[in-house]
Design a binder for this molecule. Structure first.
Ligand code: HEC
Length: 117
């Protein structure tokens, strides 16, 4: 009987530590930038998988663009200072953190927009 209780306690402890470890894994994942996933799942549809091969010439390249420019553009679409129906709809779905992370992400991708110094 005592053995059975000990076993049950072990299993319970095991479950607790498993739950605890899966929590810490997701906490680590949440602290890393979500931009690569978002970029691939959403933005790539129009701006291309690499941020540099848009589906239409009127769709800008993002890869290699300055971070503060990309950030400003997204914030302006959100606030209405820059008007474009397609991008306004996209930008409104983004949190401030996602805007920052996406701007950082695309600015770091190799692009054809300028010479890196
Ligand atoms: C349905 C197509 C579509 C999707 C999806 C889309 N975009 Fe765009 N994006 C556009 C178009 C079209 C423009 C050009 C709009 C304009 O003329 O202002 C644009 C412009 C931009 C600009 C301004 C670039 C510049 O050079 O001025 C940024 C930044 C941008 N998009 C980021 C994103 C990000 C980040 C995502 C994903 C969250 C995204 N876009 C998803 C179509 C799209």
């Amino acid at each position: 009987m005592a053995n059975r209780i000990r076993l049950a306690a072990c299993i319970a402890a095991g479950t607790v530590s498993f739950v605890a470890s899966s929590f810490s894994v997701s906490a680590i994942a949440a602290s890393a930038s979500a931009a690569p996933v978002k970029a691939e799942q959403v933005c790539a549809t129009c701006h291309g998988k690499d941020g540099s091969s848009p589906i239409d010439p009127s769709y800008p390249r993002l890869a290699g663009q300055h971070q503060d420019y990309l950030r400003r553009a997204l914030l302006d679409y959100q606030g209405g200072a820059r008007k474009n129906a397609i991008m306004a709809a996209q930008a409104k779905l983004l949190s401030k953190q996602e805007v920052n992370e996406l701007a950082a992400y695309y600015s770091q991708l190799p692009g054809q927009l300028g010479i890196r110094r």
